[in-house]
Design a protein around this ligand. Structure first.
Ligand code: SF4
Length: 169
């Protein structure tokens, strides 16, 4: 996997102070996408073990307390990215207790493959759906267009089929 950008301190992509990783690779090609430079899987830099170590160290850095990790792109759930994103998420769960994990994807929660679902099972929040230019609204929090849904996965798991939008509810 390659990554396009890494922000060790970020207050834009998700709640609180966070570390944010923008991975490379997206197959959705949404018209009006602001991140077209992230579409290529081989763009950016390789995400190696040293980068994984850095993310873990930043999340555990007590000088700047981060609430959690945000995964964006590109698409972290691109099938080619899933194995390494899953490995990173597993490390965060094992080595960074108390940190939440948010993920943005162009895929829909209800249409994920078994491999994507295995990864999503370890997340706290999934913001899903392609960017729809006609539904774009700069006033929306943490999403670009109104078709995209912020799924509180913990509430969803507790409530069976219930899907909660953190903004609407
Ligand atoms: S899913 Fe996101 S990164 Fe991919 S094309 Fe759509 S807006 Fe761009």
């Amino acid at each position: 996997m390659h990554y396009h950008q890494y922000y060790p301190v970020d207050v834009i992509n998700g709640p609180g102070t966070r570390a944010t990783l923008f991975v490379s690779g997206c197959e959705h090609q949404c018209p009006g996408c602001y991140n077209q430079s992230t579409w290529r899987l081989d763009g950016g830099k390789p995400f190696d073990e040293a980068m994984s170590d850095r993310v873990i160290a930043d999340l555990n850095d007590t000088r700047i307390k981060r609430r959690g990790l945000s995964l964006s792109g590109g698409d972290p759930l691109h099938p080619a990215n899933v194995p390494q994103v899953l490995a990173l998420v597993r490390r965060v769960r094992a080595e960074c207790p108390g940190k939440d994990i948010w993920c943005w994807t162009g895929y829909l929660l209800g249409e994920l493959s078994p491999a994507q679902r295995e990864l999503v099972a370890l997340l706290d929040v999934l913001v899903d759906g392609k960017f729809e230019k006609g539904l774009a609204d700069p006033g929306l929090l943490w999403r670009g267009s109104s078709n995209q849904v912020i799924h509180d996965l913990n509430a969803w798991r507790e409530g069976g089929e219930r899907i909660t939008c953190l903004v609407c509810s």
